[in-house]
Design a protein around this ligand. Structure first.
Ligand code: 5GP
Length: 203
């Protein structure tokens, strides 16, 4: 379970897309949210857009792996697709905030499968620029997100890795490197014990 978190506008969505294109063993976790859909977004692909009543019923039904209130809207990770992907031996990519990351990290089983990366913008001006050029949010929303960015960025030290996203291509390569190394961890290589036994000439 590979988590990418960052303040809005640090480039996390671009990095996630590039990772999905380059790594066929990676599946994106599609979150449920009560926030209004942006014009460029597709329901069921970018998010599962639901009303608060539906969201609460998902919580009550134990359907969410984690959920949090971000900027006044609810966001949560549906549990079933994650379990299915992991059972099929696939890795799964999450674009969730620090609150959700903490919840997963604290889970006895899920926490062991978690690798978390925090993406930082190279500087404040670039962060604001990226939020503005996205141009899909109202000025009020942009201001709200800028003021929240400082608080979000202060959460970097709860993560396994930090990437400063100056050049997107380099950042994508860095995420690929982290993923490659984490896949090689002894605990994550399925069948390793049997393989070594065979190499040693034992059944
Ligand atoms: P946006 O509204 O810009 O798509 O996302 C706002 C924030 O919500 C981002 O920081 C994103 O990572 C976070 N987020 C999206 N989905 C989830 C989720 O399922 N759980 C949690 N905890 N945060 C989420």
């Amino acid at each position: 379970m590979l988590v990418l978190s960052s303040p809005s506008g640090a480039g996390k969505t671009t990095i996630s897309r590039a990772m999905l294109e380059r790594d066929s063993n990676l599946t994106m976790s599609v979150s449920a949210t009560t926030r209004p859909k942006r014009s460029s977004e597709v329901d069921g692909k970018d998010y599962i857009f639901v009303d608060e009543e539906k969201f609460k019923s998902m919580i009550d039904g134990g359907e969410l792996l984690e959920h949090a209130n971000v900027f006044g809207n609810f966001y949560g990770t549906p549990k079933k697709p994650v379990e299915e992907a992991l059972m099929a031996g696939r890795d799964i990519l999450f674009d969730i905030d620090w609150q959700g990351t903490q919840i997963i990290a604290g889970d006895e089983i899920a926490g062991k499968n978690l690798v978390s990366i925090f993406i930082l913008p190279p500087n404040t001006a670039e962060l604001e620029n990226r939020l503005r050029t996205r141009a899909q949010d109202t000025e009020e929303v942009v201001q709200q997100r800028m003021s929240k960015a400082a608080d979000e960025m202060s959460r970097y030290d709860g993560y396994d890795y930090v990437i400063i996203n100056d050049k997107i291509e380099l950042s994508v390569e860095q995420v690929q490197t982290i993923l490659a190394a984490e896949r090689l961890r002894i605990g994550r290589q399925i069948g390793l014990h049997d393989f070594v036994q065979e190499l040693m000439g034992r059944e």
